[in-house]
Design a protein. Structure first.
Length: 591
């Protein structure tokens, strides 16, 4: 790879080294990056498709989220197994008294856990066979050109089997060992009755606290991602996205010459601007939040560059009335007009970011710059300045942007038709197609959508990332509440005799209710105390995915904590209410 790179760079390097000014203004690292981009060289690990690079961080975060949900689910099952094993203490003690070894009983309990893990693994694989394609489409709208393998194969199935066995061993062994560690005389003499207060399952309480902490972490992460999505959706793009129709036109299959292409586009705009229901129509080489614009290195006349100064600017080719059509205000100068035709002096419009960078204290109108080395710095004349607008991503910081007049530089290549309407843009699609067919009935027109839809589609990955994270966060919360409900309900059932005695001695139902809720709230509080510091340290992992919100955002932390507390309280309230309504006469005879 290095030898091929050197051979391809050689002629470019010789041309660049021939100009001392270029060597000073264009460092070697930037030249290599430029050549690699133009030639198409990519790192070996990246391959021909950069989808892995673009999605790797989000997929790693999702893997961590899924791992946390798995741990919550396993801890939940282990907690319920501990509760069930405690209920079977008399049975286990009887088996041990009759001569069964502890190892044999552990194997029996592990076999039961293995059956649970096996059934869960089979159901999980069936769900994966149905849902893995949906997961891919959540991140990639078009999977036909991706080189990422995304199918169920032996490696995936083997990994799922290994995870199922590992979780069974880790979370099935602890309840089995704990259940078989019993005092025979005490259990057989007591008959399994438990009249002591509180939860007797110390390990179960620890697992519940860990579940609550993990659920809080996932809820906070979900809250940060949802707020990021809302911030992006409410971003000011710099243009008016409403009531703008987009249609792609490709003259390539018709083998148009450049002059014929220009004339065809000129006729099309004249007819569309005169069409009822159309406010304005224009063309552009690239659409906002589409494939992006061309980056070029520019040399501004009279500007003194520093050694590490970024000289790049984005270029887009636009037609007359483009800024009026997309709703980008003109700040200074004029828009393109009929005088800006092929063969006329090259003129451009620039955005405010470029004017601020290169002409901070002067009027940029009439200034010049070029894009083919310092000798070309007089190539373009600036005739206007437009408002900054985001073009590549809602997250981006707007940089210098140059707008070329389409009819000065247009070649026979695809363009995007922009049409602004007073109402629903869909109402004029048929008439626009008719006008295109009048000019050339075989001219391809495709990819019809609105500018608002284009902006929303740019958030496809952020939206699905937030959705999947939210789904897993709510799933972890549900699992934690199920475990909390199960253990509290088991505790209430084990303490029925104690509760009956308390009520017979005058305790009120409200007091019993609060007694049970208090113990449950102590577990939740312990989980929150453990989860908050963990979340503050761990949410920095998703810092690069956030926008307009900090990983330590107080509002998100408080909201997630309140949601967890409310849902957990509801989960513990049901068994607590059952405990407060028991009949003392019945419970005193409870065995």
């Amino acid at each position: 790879m290095s030898q091929a790179r050197a051979e391809l760079e050689a002629p470019f390097q010789q041309a660049l080294d021939a100009q001392e000014d270029v060597r000073k203004l264009w460092p070697e690292r930037d030249r290599r990056e430029f050549l690699a981009q133009k030639i198409g060289l990519l790192p070996d690990a990246k391959g021909s498709d950069d989808l892995r690079w673009r999605l790797s961080e989000r997929l790693h975060i999702l893997a961590i989220v899924v791992g946390l949900v798995l741990l919550v689910a396993c801890a939940n099952v282990a907690t319920l197994l501990l509760a069930r094993a405690t209920a079977r203490q008399r049975e286990i003690a009887a088996r041990l008294a009759l001569g069964a070894s502890r190892a044999r009983l552990v194997r029996q309990l592990l076999t039961e856990s293995l059956l649970l893990a096996g059934m869960g693994g089979v159901l999980g694989m069936l769900f994966a066979a149905w849902g893995h394609r949906i997961l891919l489409l959540s991140f990639v709208a078009d999977t036909s050109n991706t080189a990422v393998p995304f199918q169920l194969d032996q490696r995936v199935l083997g990994f799922a089997l290994a995870v199922s066995l590992l979780t069974e061993v880790l979370f099935g062994t602890m309840p089995a060992l704990r259940a078989t560690r019993v005092e025979l005389s005490q259990v057989l003499k007591g008959g399994g009755r438990n009249t002591a207060g509180g939860l007797r399952l110390g390990l179960a309480k620890g697992l519940l606290v860990a579940q609550v902490a993990a659920s809080l972490l996932l809820l906070i992460t979900t809250g940060l991602l949802v707020r990021t999505l809302r911030n992006l959706q409410s971003q000011d793009t710099g243009f008016n996205r409403e009531n703008v129709l987009l249609m792609r036109i490709d003259p390539g299959p018709k083998n148009y010459t450049d002059p014929r292409t220009i004339e065809t586009y000129r006729q099309l705009l004249e007819r569309l601007n005169a069409l009822p229901g159309v406010r304005s129509a224009s063309l552009a080489g690239n659409v906002a939040f589409g494939e992006g614009c061309w980056n070029k290195t520019i040399w501004v006349e009279g500007h003194q560059y520093s050694a590490d100064e970024d000289q790049t600017a984005e270029f887009n080719e636009v037609g007359p009335r483009f800024f009026d059509t997309v709703g980008v205000p003109l700040v200074l100068g004029r828009e393109f007009g009929p005088q800006d035709h092929m063969g006329a002096p090259r003129v451009v419009l620039v955005n405010q970011a470029m004017a601020r960078r290169y002409f901070p204290n002067e009027n940029p109108i009439g200034k010049h710059f070029g894009d083919h080395g310092p000798a070309s710095s007089g190539k373009y004349e600036i005739i206007g300045v437009v408002r900054d607008s985001k073009y590549g991503s809602l997250r981006e910081q707007v940089g210098p942007t140059v707008y070329d007049p389409l009819f000065q530089v247009q070649q026979a290549k695809p363009v995007v038709l922009h049409v602004r309407t007073p109402g629903n843009p869909a109402s004029v699609v048929a008439r626009i197609r008719q006008e295109v067919q009048v000019i050339d009935r075989d001219l391809p027109v495709f990819d019809v959508q609105t500018l608002a839809e284009q902006v929303q589609s740019s958030l496809h990955q952020e939206r699905m990332f937030a959705t999947l994270s939210g789904f897993f966060g709510l799933l972890a919360l549900l699992l934690s509440c199920i475990g909390l409900y199960g253990v509290v309900a088991y505790s209430v059932a084990r303490r029925t005799n104690e509760i009956g005695i308390r009520m017979a001695l005058g305790a009120q139902g409200v007091q019993i209710l609060w007694m049970v809720l208090r113990e449950m709230l102590l577990l939740v509080t312990a989980g929150v105390v453990l989860g908050l510091p963990t979340a503050l340290a761990s949410t920095r992992i998703v810092a690069n995915q956030l926008y307009g919100v900090k990983p330590t955002d107080a509002l998100t932390l408080v909201a997630a904590t309140l949601v967890l507390a409310v849902v957990a309280t509801l989960a513990g309230y049901l068994p607590a209410r059952t405990a407060s309504g028991v009949d003392p006469m019945v419970t005193l005879r409870y065995e």
